[in-house]
Unconditional design. Structure first.
Length: 65
């Protein structure tokens, strides 16, 4: 079986979730972000891209290999 290495995304929270809609706060928590300047590395999958698309104004995303 061939090992196909999927790309990864580094997602960093740059703004607070305080005062945002509940689904946006829940999305930050689902991504594993708890406070400003927290970073997590996630696999580059459609589910993660969808979560990032829900909160683009609160996070920054960079692709890593």
């Amino acid at each position: 079986m061939a090992d196909k290495k999927a790309g990864q995304l580094r997602v960093t929270q740059v703004k607070s979730g305080i005062g945002r809609k509940k689904n946006q706060r829940d999305t930050l928590r689902s991504l594993g972000l708890k406070r400003i300047n927290d970073s997590v590395v996630q696999e580059d999958r459609p589910e993660i891209r969808g979560m990032v698309a829900t909160v683009p104004h609160l996070v920054s995303v960079e692709e890593i290999s």
